[in-house]
Structures are given as structure tokens and as C-alpha cells.
Design a binder for this molecule. Structure first.
Ligand code: HEM
Length: 236
């Protein structure tokens, strides 16, 4: 007969609805969905180097993706719903995991311990908040056009060029800081996801670290190339 080795307090606790490992897998999977979007979006943005016609054509094509199977802009709205669900799930899982980690600590730290993991690991929470605020600003800027000097939805190339004009250097500065925050967030996020889903060995951890660094640097360089190309007159 199996012996219940749990203490009375442990036995009295109701079973948790989702295990912490389950939540980490949820974070990893939703994070991967967001990273896939970020790569697709970055590659699309690089079309700006081909010229206005190509970039604007690409933006229009995005709205017709899935046609004739799906009516105009349906794919875009399905993508938006999917991304929103991924972001909300990602944040909710992060909040629950952070609360559990705090509750599991027997006493609150009287002072912050010196060893706290990498810089990227320590900035996950605030990095995430900055990215969320940036995405809201970014949608009002380049999707709806409300915060853009031109804001013409039919001509995204012109919107981007007006956005990063040299006299609006503060916009480029804000984008740069936000994209660097994305880079730091991804470096730690991809590392955690690969570690959660992959082999948890020393060699596996080394692979996870390298994959995370290469992907994060590629994304940051790809995204930053656009505002700096406009700022320096390479794209006009
Ligand atoms: C300098 C870098 C970036 C440029 C030039 C850029 C450009 C654009 C443009 C032109 C659009 C509007 C597309 C259209 O409606 O025709 C857009 C939409 C969007 N961008 Fe970016 N983007 C950049 C960075 C980012 C980053 C770092 C993120 C995420 C962290 C992001 C997330 C989005 C989202 C969520 C949308 C809305 C897509 C939709 O309409 O559903 N972008 N971007």
C-alpha cells in the first residue's frame, strides 16, 4: 500500500490547476510564436531597402493574404487575434510564475542578494513592460497613423521615412531603446525557452545561450537598420 508522505499542510492544499512546468512551457510556446512574428516582420521591414513600390506593395499584400480563401484583411485580423492571445497568455503565465516564486520564498529578502543571474534575466519584467508600451505607441504610429506626421495608411513607406526624419531624432532614439529592450528580453527569453523545451545538460545550456544570442543580435540589427538608414539619408 502506498504511504502518504506529505505533511498535513501539504495534503490539505488543493492541487494547483496548472503546474509551474506547464506554465513555463506555455511561456516558451507563446514566446516562440511572438519571435516568429518578429522575424517575419523584420524581413518584411527590410523590403524598405528595395524601394517605395516594393514596400507599399508588400504592406497591401499583407492585407490580402489568404485570398481568395479568406476575404480581404481576414488573415490580418486572425493574426492580430493570435498575437494578442499569445501576448496575454505570455504575460499571465509570467505573473503567476513570479507570484509563486515569491510565495515559495520563506522570508522576503532583507536586501537584494548579490548574485542574481545575468543582466538580461534581471530586466525581464521591466523590459516586458517597456516593449508593451512601445507596441501600443508603434501601432498608433505606423498602423493607425494617429501619431505619424503623414499617417497615410495607403503609403507605409512615406510614413516610415517621415517618422525617422533627422529632425525627429527623439523618435529614432525611442525606437532604438525599445528595440534594444526587445533584444535583451529575447536573449533571456529564447535561452529560457530552449532550456525549458530542450535538453537540460551543460552542453544543451551552451547551445541555448548561443542560439539566443545569435537570434537576438540578428533581430536587433535588422530592426535598427531601418530607422538608421532613414536618419542617414540612405532611405529617403
Ligand atoms: C524600426 C523598426 C520597425 C519598423 C520600421 C516597423 C514598421 C511597421 C509598419 C510600417 C507597420 C504597419 C504595417 C501596415 O499596417 O501596413 C508595423 C506594424 C506593426 N509592428 Fe512594426 N516596425 C518595427 C518594429 C517593430 C517591433 C520591434 C515590434 C514588436 C516588438 C513591432 C510590432 C508591430 C505590430 C504588432 C504591428 C501591427 C501589425 C498589424 O497591423 O496587425 N514592430 N510596423
Amino acid at each position: 500500500m502506498a504511504v502518504d508522505t506529505r505533511t498535513p499542510t501539504q495534503a490539505a492544499k488543493p492541487a494547483r490547476r496548472t503546474s509551474s512546468v506547464g506554465l513555463k512551457i506555455l511561456m516558451a510556446v507563446t514566446g516562440i510564436v511572438l519571435v516568429l512574428f518578429l522575424f517575419a516582420h523584420m524581413i518584411g521591414n527590410l523590403k524598405i531597402f528595395v524601394g517605395a513600390t516594393s514596400f507599399d506593395h508588400y504592406a497591401h499584400w499583407l492585407r490580402d493574404l489568404g485570398a481568395p480563401l479568406l476575404p480581404h484583411t481576414w488573415f490580418l485580423w486572425i493574426q492580430r487575434a493570435g498575437l494578442t492571445l499569445a501576448v496575454v497568455t505570455h504575460i499571465a503565465a509570467a505573473v503567476v510564475l513570479a507570484r509563486r516564486a515569491r510565495a515559495a520564498r520563506p522570508v522576503r529578502y532583507a536586501h537584494r542578494p548579490k548574485v542574481q543571474g545575468s543582466y538580461a534575466a534581471r530586466t525581464m519584467r521591466w523590459g516586458g513592460v517597456i516593449i508593451l508600451l512601445f507596441v501600443i505607441f508603434h501601432i498608433l504610429d505606423l498602423t493607425t497613423g494617429h501619431l505619424n506626421p503623414i499617417g497615410d495608411r495607403e503609403h507605409p513607406y512615406a510614413n516610415v521615412v517621415a517618422d525617422f526624419a533627422p529632425e525627429r531624432w527623439y523618435v529614432t532614439l525611442f525606437y532604438t531603446l525599445a528595440i534594444l529592450a526587445v533584444g535583451f528580453h529575447l536573449r533571456h527569453g529564447i535561452f529560457s525557452a530552449v532550456r525549458t523545451l530542450g535538453q537540460q545538460t551543460v552542453a544543451g545550456e551552451r547551445v541555448a545561450r548561443t542560439v539566443a544570442l545569435v537570434l537576438a543580435v540578428t533581430l536587433v540589427a535588422g530592426y535598427l537598420s531601418v530607422p538608421f538608414a532613414v536618419l542617414t539619408g540612405l532611405v529617403a
